[in-house]
Design a binder for this molecule. Structure first.
Ligand code: HAM
Length: 430
């Protein structure tokens, strides 16, 4: 887990501001769900045999005896909220977005944190491929608007439950004679989560996955049609996608389309005679998602199609820095510095500062300091146009000195008039 220090905040604010404005333009409304949910929700929603649930959850028993977990992801919680709050009566699709911390007890390494932040969207109640396309489009446009250009969308289809069952059987036949060659983890995946053998990052497992039968051959006609139409829309709106037959994703709830936003890699083959190819990519995804048409009824709601994605904000911030993307500084550049000297002046300074702030004047001060020299040094460093010097004598007389920093010219004015005077001067001289 890591701290986000003040100097880092500008990156986070930049990402959120840009992304939220695009997300809201596309009609998504914010939802916030608790960071703690019942462990059962993730067992049923994300899947008992997934790495996330099996190895990475922070789970605990409460004093009252409930089994709870820090959320490892947000989709299951949003679906729970959708069902519990009777959102099925709203006009569909219900388009939601959320931003917050997720918790996974993963091996700490570059780009993998035990607390990470996701910005995510979910479109609930529409099975059409245009929804998948809109989601991918919006995610891609967000990355593009942040200045991150060298990213591809890797996509695949997992089909529906019945075609997946047939595919799993074919994979079992394929992997059986190759089991000696795969890592220990994949040996156990063979029994209970065989699809994940396809995207294991171990070299030996990548080799073993090379000739695996493509899931495409096992999709039924509806699933193929859905995927084909999606690709046509992506072509139409010029989203650079790559068909990756080895993409499976880490949650069990996915059906049909799945996708990830992944850094471009030169050695990746795009396509072979227009047919999908097997791709090996080690780049960390900046985001990922897909369709989950079974999740809502699996969690006790009415049968409702849905799809969504989540972007990993920690990874996006790292990418912004790696790509030397300039982001705006937080806070305004002050134009006035308020320097004070002596008890009487210090006492009145806070109110004077507040009056200037309320009048819209960008002002800074260092009220804890006593030496006028050190305060003027700060004023110089800040590059303000004016410093107000409020000393013992001025506090008694009800006056204050305005010093123009460029010329050193000073003028004494009445304390009551200084806010108006500063507004006038700043308006005239900027
Ligand atoms: P996910 O792919 O598990 O999807 O996570 C989404 C993104 O969160 C990843 O692509 C990555 O950028 C970031 N991320 C995941 N784990 C970590 C980590 N340990 N450290 C840093 N960043 C991380 C989901 O969570 C799904 N709920 C997305 C979704 C929404 N699918 C449908 N709707």
């Amino acid at each position: 887990m890591h701290d986000i220090l003040p100097e880092e905040q500008k990156y986070w604010r930049y990402v959120l501001k840009k992304a939220e404005s695009i997300i809201e333009d596309y009609g998504f409304e914010r939802i916030d769900t608790p960071i703690v949910e019942s462990t059962e929700l993730f067992l049923r929603g994300v899947g008992e045999n997934t790495d996330i649930v099996e190895k990475e959850m922070y789970s605990f028993k409460t004093r009252g005896g409930d089994d709870l977990s820090l959320r490892p992801e947000g989709t299951a919680g949003v679906v729970r909220a959708y069902i519990e709050n009777g959102m099925q009566v709203r006009p569909h699709p219900v388009k939601l977005f959320y931003y917050g911390p997720m918790f996974r007890h993963d091996q700490p390494q570059a780009g993998r944190y035990r607390q990470h932040w996701q910005l995510a969207v979910e479109t609930i109640g529409d099975a059409s491929e245009i929804v998948d396309a809109e989601l991918i489009f919006v995610g891609y446009k967000i990355l593009e608007s942040l200045g991150l250009k060298n990213y591809n969308v890797q996509i695949n289809s997992l089909g529906d439950a019945s075609s997946r069952a047939v595919y799993v059987r074919a994979l079992k036949d394929y992997y059986k004679p190759r089991l000696k060659k795969v890592c220990t983890q994949c040996k156990s995946r063979f029994k209970n989560n065989i699809l994940r053998m396809l995207d294991c990052k171990e070299e030996t497992c990548r080799e073993a996955a090379k000739d695996a039968p493509p899931i495409f051959d096992f999709l039924n006609e509806d699933a193929k049609k859905h995927f084909k139409r999606l690709i046509e829309i992506l072509d139409e709106c010029k989203i650079p996608y790559i068909l990756n037959q080895n993409l499976v994703r880490g949650q069990d709830y996915y059906t049909h389309t799945i996708f990830e936003f992944v850094p471009e890699e030169k050695e990746v083959e795009k396509s072979l005679d227009g047919k999908p190819v097997q791709i090996v990519s080690s780049g960390l995804a900046l985001g990922g998602g897909g369709r989950y048409d079974r999740l809502i009824d699996m969690l006790g709601g009415p049968k409702t199609p849905a799809a969504g994605w989540a972007l990993g904000v920690d990874r996006i911030v790292t990418a912004l820095k790696q790509n030397n993307i300039n982001v705006p500084e937080i806070g305004v550049k002050p134009k006035v510095f308020l320097a004070q000297l002596g008890d009487a002046a210090k006492k009145k300074s806070l109110m004077l500062f507040e009056n200037m702030r309320k009048a819209g004047i960008e002002v800074k001060s260092s009220l804890g300091r006593d030496s006028i020299k050190s305060q003027l040094r700060i004023a110089n460093r800040l590059g303000v146009r004016y410093t107000l010097i409020f000393g013992q004598k001025e506090a008694i007389d009800g006056t204050i000195i305005i010093r123009e920093m460029d010329t050193g010219i000073q003028e004494t004015v009445l304390l009551d008039k200084v806010v108006e005077e500063m507004k006038k001067r700043l308006k005239n001289n900027g």
